[in-house]
Each structure stands twice: as C-alpha cells, then as structure tokens.
Design a protein around this ligand. Structure first.
Ligand code: CUA
Length: 332
C-alpha cells in the first residue's frame, strides 16, 4: 500500500508551491490570516482589559467621559474607515488573482482531461494519452479542457493551487504554469463514489526537452485530430457530414469558431461546447435550413472520443476563415 507522499513526509500545513500562481495565492492567504489574527488579538485584548477593569466591585469610575454631550464618534469612524480600506484592498487583490486564475493566457497548449469513475485520463494535442498521470513542460502555460464521463469530479493539484470541477454536460477550463521540475500529487476533490479516495495521480513537470522526448516515446505517431478523423468515420459521421455542405448537413470545414444561424432564428458560436451538444443532443441547435434528422449519440460515445472528434473538426480549417456554408438556407 502506498501512502500519500504528504503523509510519509510528515504533515505539511502548506503544500509546496510549484506554479506561477502559487506564490501569490499563498501571499493572499497569509495576508488574510494576518489581518484576521490582528483583529482577533485586538478585540480579545480589549475584552479581557475591560472585563477586568470594570469587574463587579472594582473602584474604576463609571462617570464622566461617556456623558451625552461629550460623546465623540471619531474612534468609531476611524475604526470603520481603516477596516473598510484594509478589506477593500484585500477584495481588490483577491478579485484580480481570481480573474488571473480564470483567464487563460492566449498562447498556451491545451490538454484534455477527462474525469471518470475512478481515474483521470489525459489527451495531449500530439495524440499522447495517459491515465492518472499528466506530463507537462515547465515554464509554459498549460490550458486544461476538463470533461466528465459520468459524475462530477474535481481536478485538484495542491502544489499548483488549482482546483476545477469536471462537470457532466459541459467543459470547464483551468490553466497553470509549472515553475519547478518534479512530481506533484493530483487528487479528485469531489466525492464521486466508492473509490473516490483512490482517484488520484500525479503531474510530472519536466524540462521542455524532456517533455518533447516523452512525447516522442508516447505519442503513438497520430495526433488527436487524426485519431478523431478515424472515429468520425467509424461512427458513420461522414455519411452525412463532409467538409462541404450537403443535402443533409452543413459543411464542417471552417465551422469551428464561427457563428451559426439556427432554425429558431438565434445564433450561436460553433465552439467545442456547441459541437459536443450537437453530437449528444442534435435537436438542441438545429442549423437554419436543415431538418433535425441527426440521431443522438448519447450513451454510445465516450467523452474522450467526443474530444477527439472535436479536435478533428477544429483541424479542418483555420477558424477565422470566412465561409458562406453555414448561412441560412445554404445546402437546401
Ligand atoms: Cu472523482 Cu472523486
């Protein structure tokens, strides 16, 4: 039985910090703790001091200063004002950090992560796959596209200070940039059934050269889009869906990232969530000018396969290339 490294090392109150965000998350944590600690100490000290000074039978004067006319609000105002400023600074700091953590830097590699009872699967853009392990290069922002196969899981790497739920029915996103080579614990942080406590793994942060070498040894030769293309054919998607518009289906090439006109008059961006919905719930977004004739693939296709097919569709054409194929009525 292997125990958690944290426990073998002796209990650590703060996990090691190995991402660009970790230091600031910790600084904010300590600042909150310090402000709260100072407040508790001041209030507790005053409580004890006044309790002793005005205890029953003490000779301290109860007269004078607090008479109605002499009462001043300066002390209260100062106390409230200082607290307002201090907590506003904390609020601003925490909000900025929160947005930082949720906004992915533009140029970063996207790795798909799928939570499934009871393991974590990962897909690298090159086609490499792994289970309960995630190899990443240090010094590069890594974006995670997180999916759930069955129930809610939560991807948690304490050393990177990131935790993001994997939610059935949608994709969630997280990003990190590892700062030091090493192996870091990965946990599922959302109770997800019998073996939830065993749903853990590790993130291996490597030098970019080692990562390239690892990819070469584990890539399998075909990238994610090529794997998706094979699935696209084996599920029979190519019976109707071609890169050009057909009688039954709008064109796929150039569809990714474009705005789609729907039969109900609304518009939606053809991103990965849209594509996923179109595979599982084809009647949700019917493209204008087409019949809702596609069958659902709910229950027949796995979350990791959907992500591969999306990678294939995304690869078909540069996303910004203007196309007429998804305009209303085309293809009829
Ligand atoms: Cu997956 Cu807990």
């Amino acid at each position: 039985m292997d125990y958690l490294p944290e426990i073998e090392d002796g209990l650590r109150l703060i996990p090691e910090a190995a991402s660009t965000q970790a230091a600031e998350v910790d600084a904010l944590y300590w600042a909150l703790l310090a402000v709260s600690g100072v407040l508790v100490l001041v209030l507790a000290a005053l409580l004890v001091y006044f309790g002793l000074k005005y205890r029953a039978g003490s000779p301290s004067s109860r007269q004078g200063r607090a008479s109605r006319h002499a009462r001043s609000h300066h002390l209260e105002l100062a106390f409230a004002g200082v607290l307002l400023v201090v907590f506003s600074v904390l609020f601003w700091w925490a909000s900025r950090l929160y947005l930082d953590i949720h906004r992915t830097p533009a140029a970063s590699m996207t790795v798909n992560v799928i939570g499934e009872q009871w393991m974590w699967k990962a897909q690298h853009p090159s086609g490499a796959r792994e289970i309960n392990t995630l190899h990443v290069p240090v010094g590069e922002p890594i974006r995670l596209r997180i999916a759930a196969e069955d129930v809610i899981h939560s991807f948690f790497v304490p050393a990177f200070r990131i935790k993001r739920d994997a939610i059935p029915g949608t994709y969630t996103y997280a990003w990190f940039e590892a700062t030091a080579e090493g192996e870091y614990s990965l946990f599922c942080a959302e109770y997800c059934g019998t073996d939830h406590s065993r749903m853990r793994g590790k993130v291996v942060a490597m030098s970019p050269e080692d990562y390239e070498q690892w990819l070469g040894e584990n890539g399998g030769g075909r990238d994610l889009a090529a794997q998706g293309e094979q699935l696209f054919r084996s599920y029979g998607c190519d019976d109707c869906h071609l890169s050009v518009p057909t009688e039954q289906a709008p064109a796929l090439a150039g569809a990714f990232g474009r705005e789609v006109h729907l039969a109900d008059g609304t518009r939606v961006t053809a991103d990965e969530r849209y594509l996923r919905d179109s595979i599982l719930r084809p009647r949700k977004h019917v493209v204008a000018g087409y019949e809702a004739s596609m069958p659902t693939f709910e229950g027949q296709i796995r979350a990791d396969e959907i992500l591969e097919i999306i990678a294939y569709i995304q690869s078909l054409e540069p996303r910004d290339e203007p196309r007429a194929s998804l305009e209303p009525g085309v293809g009829r």
